[in-house]
Design a protein around this ligand. Structure first.
Ligand code: PDD
Length: 295
């Protein structure tokens, strides 16, 4: 069913809510859902290329870890979640885009105390049709600003507490650029919804090591493996905005951006101000790998 909203025509999606596939305008969750009241929820975003899921098992492994860290109940087996993802791809005829999945601690009367453990979790999934491969930004690069990282200290858990990241990205747009890199104790943590990387003057790929300070990006892990296989030297360590400004290249990784060059930080062009060869090559290699391994 097609609907018209303003100038944009969009397709009425089928979404998944707690066991049912529903038209998006008929799907709902309780006002007492703890995801809504307490951000007591975790999520994953998996990309879809050619109607197939990229890095699905890795996303599910991270979901399992996020659930365990917060003592959230499991919404079902990997096979069950895969079946829902695939059914949403089929029902929405999704060729390229992402699937968002959220698990919450379920609905219970508002109380800071967690509800009893037999409270069923809420499970919501929806698709977003988007161009992921042929993005103009891959040819022009992104411009970013730096902002202080004011998020909580367990960024390794993929919770839906995204208000600060959302504020930072909105501030970046307000200042005429694309995104923000967050800085804590003088060191870059990550982008608002992506991992941050640089290519140092000697060609080494420098990226912050995994800890509680950043999300353990699935794309980051895949890209580092591919970089290693391409004989690119990798150093997992923190770096400053000043070092990033002096770098040969900078780029981000995420499930929706894949590898995307960054060409300017706080008004300073990186390298010659154009997407660099390492980021461009890693983007190509990653997309090929993603297409080859998607399920
Ligand atoms: N964001 N860091 C943060 C803070 C993120 O939100 C994300 C992903 C990443 C990259 O992780 P991955 O490679 O697994 O996507 C790093 C998703 C795409 C989002 O919130 O839409």
């Amino acid at each position: 069913m097609a609907a018209t909203s303003g100038e944009a025509r969009f397709q009425m999606r089928t979404v998944y809510v707690n066991g049912e596939y529903r038209p998006e305008n008929e799907a709902s969750v309780s006002v007492f859902d703890r995801g809504f009241l307490f951000a007591d929820a975790v999520y994953e975003v998996t990309s879809v290329l050619g109607g197939r899921l990229v890095d699905f098992s890795a996303h599910m492994a991270r979901l399992k870890r996020s659930l365990a860290e917060l003592g959230l109940p499991s919404p079902g087996s990997e096979a069950h979640l895969l079946a829902i993802h695939r059914e949403l791809v089929r029902r929405n005829d999704l060729d390229e885009g992402t699937i968002y999945m959220q698990v919450t601690r379920g609905a219970a009367d508002r109380d800071f105390l967690f509800p009893s453990e037999d409270t069923p979790p809420s499970l919501v999934l929806f698709t977003q049709a988007n161009t992921l491969v042929d993005k103009p930004a891959a040819r022009t690069g992104l411009r970013v600003i730096s902002v202080p990282d004011l998020r909580w200290s367990r960024r390794d858990i993929k919770t839906v507490q995204l208000l600060y990241s959302s504020m930072a990205k909105t501030e970046a747009k307000r200042r005429g650029v694309d995104d923000a890199w967050m800085v804590e104790d003088g060191m870059v943590t990550e982008g608002t919804s992506n991992n941050a990387h640089i290519v140092a003057e000697d060609g080494t790929l420098v990226t912050r090591a995994l800890s509680h300070s950043i999300l353990h990006g699935i794309t980051r892990a895949a890209v580092l493996k591919l970089a290693e296989e391409s004989d690119i030297r990798i150093e997992e360590r923190s770096f400053t905005i000043e070092e990033a400004k002096r770098a040969r290249e900078a780029f981000i990784t995420s499930a929706s951006a894949f590898v995307m060059p960054v060409v300017e930080i706080d008004g300073t062009p990186i390298g010659d101000g154009k997407p660099g060869p390492v980021a461009t090559r890693l983007r190509e290699i990653y997309i090929r790998h993603a297409r080859d391994t998607a399920i």
